[in-house]
Each structure stands twice: as C-alpha cells, then as structure tokens.
Design a protein around this ligand. Structure first.
Ligand code: FES
Length: 653
C-alpha cells in the first residue's frame, strides 16, 4: 500500500494514513490519546512523541530514518527556545512519510494512568472535568459587530469542538483585558462534567497558560479535616495536610454536635462557619506548602459523613438525630466552591460533593467504596474505614452492604490522655518486649525505633509529642500480648506484671511508655481510662462489622481491608489482637491507607469516577446501626479483648 502504516505504543493502536498526515492528526484518526493544548500551533509541547527507527519484528514493521518529515520552522523554533528532549518530536509538526513506530510518553497522554501506591489498588485514569484550551479569537470588527465572549465561543467551537459555553460576570470582566493583552490569543480553562450542564469557562489567561491547574481533594471528618492538593494534569499530589475540625469545641462526636444545634436554635450557623473557615485555612496552607498560586486551584471534591455534609452545606442536621434519619439531599452536588465559603482559591472554582448513601452512611463511605471497589471483588470483602465514625462495607460482586458505626474519636487520638492527631512527633507504632515489659516505639517523621542509635537526633526536630490512633491501637494490643492487660481490659499492678512501668493511679494503674525526665518530651502513659475509650471504640467497630455479616448470613469473611484516618496505617495483627476486626487469615488483612481521601482524589481527577460512584451508591444497601437490636448485643460482647464469645482461631495459630 502507498499509505504508510502507523503504530502507536503503548496503546498498540495501528492503521494507515495518507502520506503527509501530521502525527497529531494520525493519532486523532486512530483514536490514540495524544494531548494538545495549543491546537497544533507548536507552542504547548503537549503532543510530544518518540519515534523508533530500525526493524521491529514484534510489530512487523521496518522504520526508515526518514519516516518522519524533517524539522520545520515551528519545531525548530520550539527547540531553540525551549529545548525538545533527545529523540522527541512535536506530534503536531512532524508529518508521516513512511511506516513508523511512535511511542506516546505518559506526559503526552490526556487519559494517562496514575499508579496508586497501595499494592492491590487499581490504577487511576486521568479524566479531569477542567481542561485548558489555547484559542485564537477573531478581533472585533466595526462592520460585523459581536461581543468578545461570542467570538471566544465561536473560536472554541471551531478550533476545539467545545460548544455552548457559558461564563459568569467576573470571567467576562477578565476576558476583555486578557484578549487584548494576549493579542487575541488566550488560554481558557473550561469545566465540563458528566451532568450535561453547559461547559463553563472558569478562567482565562493571555497567550499560552503553562503553570497548570490544581484541585483539592478534601475529606471532612468529625475530628480531622484532611486535604490533598493535586495536579489536575498529572494526578500527582503536590501537598497533603490535615487539621483538627474546629467544630470539636461544639461537641466531640457527631451526635453531640447535633444536640448542640437542637439546644441552641441557629447554632448550625456557627458550626457551618467554623468548618468553612477551616477549609479555607487548609487550602491556603497547602497552596503555600506546594508553592502553587491559589488562583490556579480551580476544583475541589469533598467527602464527609452526613452530619458534616449538612453542616458544610449550611443545612440543619437535626433530622439526622432521629429516625428515619432523612437526609436533606443524598445525590452528588456540583456547585461553586465559593458557595461553600471556599474563597481562598480561584473565585470561580467548582466543588463536587460526592453522593451520600442513606441515613448515617455518607459520602465518606461512598468514597471508600470508590477507592476499594468491593463490588468488583470475587471474595467477600469487609472494608473498615476507621475514624470518629467508622464506615463499614461488606460485599462482593453480588451485593454490597454498608453501615456507619459511632466509634467516637479515640481511634483518632482524641479522648486519650496523651492522644493527638497523626502528625510529626506522634507515636504511631509500639512494641512491648514480653519478657522485660519494656516498650519501644516509632514516631511519625523518623524511620528509627526509639531504642535505635540516632533516634534522639532524628526525633530532635519535633520531639515526641503524643500518641496517635494507630499508636494507641498497637500499644493496647501489645499490652495484652505482654500480659499487662487482662481480657476484660484491666491493667495489672507492678506486683502483678513485674514491671515498675505499671504505676498506681488512684485505684487503677497506667503503663508508662515514654518518660519525660529520662528521654525528653512529655510523659506518655496508657491509662485505664484510655483502655476503656479504646474498648468502647473497638466494640462499636466490631459490632458494626458483625451486623453486616449477620445481614449477609456469614460468620467469616474472605478478606479485610483496613483504611485509616489521615496518615495512619493500622497494623492488621494489632487490630485483630484487639478484636477490632473479625477473625481472618492475617495475610488476608490489608491496609488501604486513607481510602476516603483516595476516593476524593479519584473523583477530583476523573469525571468517569464520578459517574461510577453515582451509579455505585444506588446499588449499596444501607444498614442502620442505631435501630438494630443485634448491634447492642454484639457491642456488649465485643468489650472483651479480643471478644467474649466469638472465636478468633487465626490468632491462636
Ligand atoms: Fe501544542 Fe503540538 S499541540 S505543540
């Protein structure tokens, strides 16, 4: 054939094109994902490809050295000014003359795959709602009068097939100057999601905008608010941070905040203002940390439990305090970020609030399900997202059940005598020698254990500041294994345990982990009160899981996935020793990290993920813990460590 054969890797797509076709045009014809912001003008370099020359038996093609056209002026100019990487060509300039093999590097793909850290996680495919388009807009003409915006709309339709755009007044004000400053060439950021709403122009820059676009994936928990500042082009997390939810001063847990609103009419306004201010503070801090202009943050996705959801939206949560626990709205919401008081970012930024499931099972559970995908599992999978409210999912391909269990804030380090949020300086891992009863620990911010050489120097910057959720879980489980704690959760005396670290405290005892005077920093003990708080929390967690198992009619699950609050990775072994989770083979208990945060980030980076979760939540059955009598029974029995009646055969092996 006199039509050259073009083969693209890694997609493997191939086909014949007319000689002289540009690589970019060939990619379009063959449905290959090759990016372009400037529309083939040779200035954005998003269309780069790497040709290979020689014989490729695997692909059945021989590529001659002159298979692509020589560099033209545009490509030469780009290389002179900006420098093209060795072996790369601009796809919009290089023309195909003969059979050729072309590799599309990840940074040239719109829908590039982002490999997630967690071992069993599926890769995330970039498909952001906001995209950049470089356009040449016609200059105004006295004889054919038309507005700047209409000419922009015509240019976008003509050059990018983006039709029917809309824009708000602040954008229109900016457009006028940008068009003139850019000599009628501008880059626009256009938001177009899966709802079918008209594409919305979010921002405009004179000439080519090259500083990227960013988004915030926000997880509003009862105790901690965590956010990831994410690059909307690459999916890369540029900064991550968390802070305490300032609503804590109105009540530690959700129901006490609902009571506050019930007892103080109009109190929901204070709670709303508090959480909104925290979101803006967090956004400002993250932008600063990443060195990103806050105006380039054009999107936010938000996951939260139903009470947080209502309070963030400014809706009175009182209905959620009583059966039938009706949500004001459970569908996903797409709105202006400014309507949520998120004003520290681009003033026209959009916010997407993930859908809630029902009752007390909220958008956080939806996000966890998006990140862990139980509905795609062949094995029966139990997913537990540990927080002040635990989100629990049980399911496989046939059916997924979900509930929310009020564990209280102990797992997030609150209500614990030396507790703190997971942050540098917090003890996150604990081991106790069963012989000597001596503890060693690791703090967030160093990889060394406390008894290792160099620990003091490594910890010097922050010092030991307290103990976080994963640290307290390990401490209590290790205390049980070292014989410092009986099955009912009572800490033994120094005489009973043989260690002076078990100190009398009134009529109970506490166990000393870190001594301020000897090692610097505060004195950190696990008190009897701490053990009781952890027992209550873990009983609620376990009871929730068992309730779903009852509903499904099983007394074992194939696999347990633990997800934690910001930064915390919960140890499978310790969770099971404590009886937080039902018995399962230890190698079938994995950690998914911050799954709710991951779900928020997936929804931020992909419109397809938004569609997926909106369909997904309709298939999840909600089980309400608050009215299930079995929940109370399981709760009482689960107070023992690990459990009063349920067997834990895997533990004794
Ligand atoms: Fe912009 Fe080729 S498409 S440089």
């Amino acid at each position: 054939s006199d039509q050259p054969l073009v083969i693209f890797t890694p997609s493997g797509k191939r086909g014949r094109v007319a000689p002289g076709t540009t690589v970019l045009a060939a990619a379009r014809q063959l449905g290959v994902d090759l990016d372009s912001v400037c529309g083939g003008r040779g200035i954005c370099s998003k269309c780069q490809v790497t040709p290979s020359f020689g014989e490729f038996a695997k692909h059945g093609v021989t590529v001659r050295a002159d298979a692509l056209s020589d560099w033209n002026k545009v490509e030469q100019r780009y290389d002179d000014k900006r420098g093209l990487k060795e072996g790369r060509r601009l796809g919009c300039q290089a023309c195909i003359r003969d059979d050729v093999l072309l590799d599309v590097p990840p940074e040239s793909q719109v829908h590039r795959q982002v490999i997630r850290k967690s071992a069993d996680a599926r890769p995330m495919v970039m498909d952001p709602a906001t995209r950049l388009f470089f356009v040449e807009v016609a200059e105004p003409d006295m004889h054919e009068p038309s507005g700047d915006f209409e000419r922009l709309a015509a240019a976008l339709a003509d050059q990018w097939q983006v039709t029917g755009i809309t824009a708000g007044p602040t954008l229109l004000a900016k457009l006028q100057t940008a068009l003139r400053k850019g000599d009628w060439q501008v880059t626009v950021a256009v938001y177009s999601d899966h709802t079918g709403a008209a594409p919305l122009v979010l921002d405009v820059w004179p000439g080519l905008h090259e500083s990227g676009l960013f988004g915030l994936a926000i997880d509003v928990g009862s105790t901690t608010i965590a956010a990831h500042l994410t690059d909307l082009d690459t999916g890369e997390v540029r900064a991550a941070s968390g802070l305490m939810n300032p609503q804590i001063r109105f009540g530690e847990d959700l129901m006490s905040r609902v009571s506050y609103v019930m007892m103080n009419p109009g109190g929901e306004k204070e709670l709303t203002a508090a959480v909104r201010a925290a979101l803006s503070d967090l956004a400002t801090a993250l932008a600063e940390e990443a060195g990103v202009d806050p105006a380039l943050i054009v999107e936010a996705t938000i996951v939260c439990n139903p009470v947080m959801h209502h309070l963030l939206l400014g809706i009175d949560p009182t209905e959620l305090g009583q059966a039938p626990f009706a949500l004001a709205v459970s569908t996903s919401l797409s709105l202006a970020a400014a309507e949520l008081g998120l004003t520290a970012i681009n003033p026209r930024a959009r916010a997407y609030v993930l859908p809630c499931i029902a009752g007390h099972v909220g958008a956080d559970a939806a996000a966890v399900s998006l990140a862990t995908a139980p509905e795609m599992s062949d094995e029966l999978m139990l997913v537990i997202d540990v927080g002040t409210n635990a989100e629990i999912l049980l399911g496989d391909r046939t059916r997924v059940l979900a509930c929310s269990s009020p564990t209280g804030p102990a797992f997030e380090g609150a209500q614990i005598s030396s507790g703190q949020r997971a942050a540098p300086g917090a003890i996150e891992r604990v081991e106790i020698d069963p012989e000597t009863k001596t503890p060693r620990f690791k703090i967030i911010g160093t990889d060394l254990w406390s008894d290792e050489e160099g620990f003091a120097a490594a910890a010097g910057q922050t010092g030991v500041t307290g103990i976080c959720g994963s640290g307290i879980i390990e401490a209590v489980a290790e205390m049980r294994m070292a014989g410092l704690l009986d099955p009912s959760g009572l800490i033994g005396s120094a005489a009973q345990t043989g260690t002076p670290r078990c100190e009398a405290e009134g009529r109970t005892h506490s166990y000393l982990i870190h001594d301020a005077t000897a090692e610097g920093g505060p004195r950190i003990s696990v008190t009897q009160g701490d053990i009781r708080a952890i027992q209550l929390a873990k009983s609620a967690l376990y009871a929730g899981a068992r309730l779903l198992m009852d509903e499904r009619g099983v007394d074992r699950v194939d696999r347990v996935v633990l997800a934690g609050a910001f930064g915390a990775h919960i140890s499978a072994k310790h969770a099971m020793v404590l009886g937080m989770i039902p018995d399962a083979p230890l190698d079938k208990v994995t950690s998914a990290g911050n799954a709710a945060g991951t779900g928020a980030r997936m929804a931020l980076c992909s419109v397809a993920a938004r569609r997926q979760i909106e369909e997904g939540v309709r298939r999840i059955t909600k089980i309400e813990t608050a009215i299930a009598p079995r929940f109370q029974e399981h709760f009482v029995a689960a107070n023992a460590i690990p459990h009063a009646t349920d067997a834990f055969p895997e533990l004794t092996q």
